[in-house]
Ligand binder design. Structure first.
Ligand SMILES: [Mn+2]
Length: 191
């Protein structure tokens, strides 16, 4: 497996702690699990909720996505709640699957019509009917997962060089499209 990835996370202006958490976990035999979690509210309490969800995802990274979402929903019932996007990429099959609950964005640079979406909901409070989306991608396609502290308009910016290293691209997206009014997170995975 030779996927490359990069990630950035910046706290809202004036805050020391970001309520966003990102995760990239390699899973034996089934590729990579990627998550962006945005804890509701801000600061420590938001971060606590987001880290709790991250812990569930890391511990059981090989389990099916709907199970991971349900377990994190249960784990977060004593918190303020969080929204999350969960992406699994398996390069041995060129397959990707996604579940998003709440306002987490995902954009895929591909020639194929790969347009995953998240459904409204809040882990810990209200789970939607879980919709797991499955895709076959072309090797080289680029997956971008981001919190709502990042404007989705980066996807239309043709000046962004998507062939640069994923870490540099993640930093550029944050620099040009991150909002200072919210915690902001970008994860870029190059397949
Ligand atoms: Mn947010």
């Amino acid at each position: 497996m030779n996927m490359l990835w990069g990630a950035v996370n910046r706290a809202k202006q004036g805050q020391h702690v970001s309520g966003d958490v990102w995760m990239v976990e390699t899973v034996n035999g089934s590729g990579m699990l990627v998550a962006v979690v945005d804890g509701l509210g801000g600061g420590e309490e938001a971060a606590r909720a987001a880290r709790l969800a991250e812990g569930v995802f890391r511990e059981r990274a090989g389990r099916p996505l709907p199970e991971l979402i349900r377990l994190s929903h249960e784990a977060l019932h004593t918190t303020r709640g969080a929204v999350a996007g969960l992406l699994r990429i398996d390069p041995s099959q060129n397959s990707a699957s996604y579940i998003g609950v709440g306002n987490i964005g995902i954009y895929v640079y591909s020639r194929k019509p790969i347009k995953p979406i998240s459904k409204n909901g809040i882990l810990g409070y209200r789970l939607p009917n879980l919709l797991e989306l499955h895709y076959t991608y072309d090797p080289g396609d680029l997956f971008v997962l981001y919190s709502d502290g990042v404007s989705s308009h980066f996807a239309q910016d043709l000046r962004l060089d998507i062939r640069q290293p994923p870490q540099t691209l993640a930093e550029q997206i944050l620099e040009h499209y991150g909002k200072h009014s919210d915690d902001a997170t970008v994860v870029v995975v190059q397949t």
